[in-house]
Design a protein around this ligand. Structure first.
Ligand code: HEM
Length: 469
């Protein structure tokens, strides 16, 4: 049978038990009651929830069998996201996309060429933060930073200081994606047969068609820009330009794969990394002792004469532990991205029929007090004692064949931003009540907005930021 879980009603199953918000908290309660691998059924659709690291590892052993994605007609088919990696079903095209990703970002060696680019974009971020340190703009500055890094790696596009047209197009599409995948937002995801309803009777189809224009613009506009730059002989090196270098030898299908792999990079990488970095600012407000300890390490190892760089990582173990703790403390994807069983399978003695949805409750796994005592505390020293706690990187990126392919770039972006920001800025609480760490709803979850005060640490820091030192 399926793993145990709350008993439901005939036909509708557990529909009435499903929480409307913060699903990860209710799922955690079910885990405590029914076991780390528990299940519910929604209108006949079985859903297995993984509430512990070992349950996720057991699932991991099934490899490809548990590595397809559920069918989501709204975001996948109507908006067109099934063409991008995150919603693509397991199969040969999926493997081509993953190969592109592996070559581009799969190892520390593969991402090494991007170090100067990540550092340069991070310096631009520091300058924006210096000129507009308002708490309400921190999140926007971070989105611009992570978007700029991905656009340069993928297309060789350098973003404009004011409103950048590509970022505007892509963020609009990503907002549509988030709205389309919000739990319970579109009934057609529960009843795919609704796809047969003619459009004049189905408002969701009209919404889908409108939003699909945004997806198309996101996929086409930056790609066309790079193609034009290549024709003019002025395209800088990038993922797209290197693969299109011998365009005449590529089939239409291969070019289409390159175009959609490129689009998958922004969707997977920009908002996730920005969410993690926004959590860093919150953590510094809530844990001033951690901030002071990290700054003391930077001051003693680097001194005030330059900004830290990625190559300093080994010499900055405490700052590195801040990054490690960031991966744990704020769940960027509290419920990961749902997997689905490709065929009938048995895991831990439980039967999962083909099509079963598999959800890893990453929030709960990363807040498990047995692995991480006092999990709500932001405490980098967890990883620095003689018996360090488990590296959250083995958990926060999901599992199996769908494990996040952007891990190395995430690491580099986070370290560079955290180390340089701490070197030159103090981040303190604002005047209002002490902020609380809470996740926003959505597949990609940010900390809820909070007040803070960001100030340069000294005149010397100002000179470093503005490049005059
Ligand atoms: C803090 C940073 C990040 C976190 C916590 C994170 C986390 C995740 C998680 C949990 C998944 C779902 C894995 C699963 O299905 O089991 C995922 C998938 C994915 N991530 Fe990341 N990610 C981050 C950064 C990035 C970056 C920088 C990129 C690319 C540049 C990226 C690209 C992707 C893509 C394309 C997928 C879909 C993979 C697939 O479906 O096969 N991510 N990520």
């Amino acid at each position: 049978s399926l793993p145990p879980g709350p008993s439901g009603w005939p036909l509708i199953g557990n529909v009435l038990d499903m929480p409307a918000v913060a699903e990860w908290l209710t799922f955690a309660e079910w885990g405590a009651k029914w076991g780390a691998m528990c299940s519910v059924t929604l209108l006949g659709q079985p859903i297995v929830i993984l509430n512990s690291a070992s349950a996720m590892e057991d699932m991991d052993t099934k490899g490809a069998v548990v590595s397809t994605r559920p069918r989501l007609p709204m975001a996948g088919e109507l908006l067109g996201y099934v063409q991008t990696l995150v919603l693509m079903p397991y199969g040969s095209r999926f493997r081509i996309f993953r190969k592109h990703f592996a070559k581009l970002l799969g190892t520390p060696g593969a991402v090494r060429p991007y170090i100067p680019l990540v550092e340069a974009e991070t310096h631009r971020f520091l300058r924006r933060l210096l000129s507009k340190p308002d708490a309400t703009l921190v999140s926007a500055h971070l989105r611009k930073l992570t978007g700029a890094i991905i656009l340069r790696i993928t297309y060789g596009i350098e973003v404009q200081e004011e409103e950048d047209p590509f970022i505007t197009i892509i963020e609009k599409a990503n907002d549509n994606f988030n709205a389309a995948t919000a739990p319970g937002a579109f009934l057609v995801d529960v009843f795919p047969a609704m796809m047969y309803i003619p459009e004049f009777l189905a408002p969701f189809k009209r919404t889908g068609r409108r939003w699909a224009v945004g997806t198309k613009a996101m996929v086409e506009a930056p790609y066309l820009f790079t193609q034009r730059q290549m024709s003019a002989g002025i395209a800088p090196g990038s993922f797209v330009s290197s693969l299109l270098d011998h365009e005449e030898k590529l089939t239409q299908e291969e070019m289409d794969d390159i175009k959609h792999t490129a689009a998958s990079l922004y969707g997977g990488g920009a908002d996730t990394t920005a969410a993690s970095l926004y959590a860093f600012f919150l953590a510094m407000v809530l844990a001033p002792d951690v901030q002071h300890a990290a700054q003391a390490e930077i001051d003693s190892v680097i001194g005030g004469g330059r900004l830290p760089v990625y190559a300093d990582r080994e010499q900055l173990p405490y700052v590195s532990a801040v990054v490690t703790e960031l991966f744990r403390w704020h769940s960027v994807a509290p419920l990961g991205v749902p997997h689905a069983a490709l065929e009938d399978t048995v895991v831990n003695g439980y039967f999962l029929p083909k099509g079963t949805l598999i959800i890893a409750n990453l929030w709960n796994i990363l807040n498990d007090p047995a692995t991480y005592p006092a999990p709500a505390a932001f405490d980098p020293s967890r990883y620095l004692s003689a018996s360090p706690q488990r590296d959250p990187r083995t958990l926060c990126f999901g599992f199996g064949r769908r494990v996040c392919p952007g891990r190395e770039l995430a690491e580099m972006s986070l370290f560079t931003c955290v180390a340089t920001t701490l070197a030159v800025f103090d981040i303190a609480a604002g005047e209002g009540p002490v902020p609380v760490h809470e996740n926003t709803q959505g597949t990609i979850s940010h900390p809820k907005p909070f007040d803070c005060v960001v100030r340069p640490r000294s005149e010397r820091a100002v000179a470093l930021i503005s490049g005059e030192a």
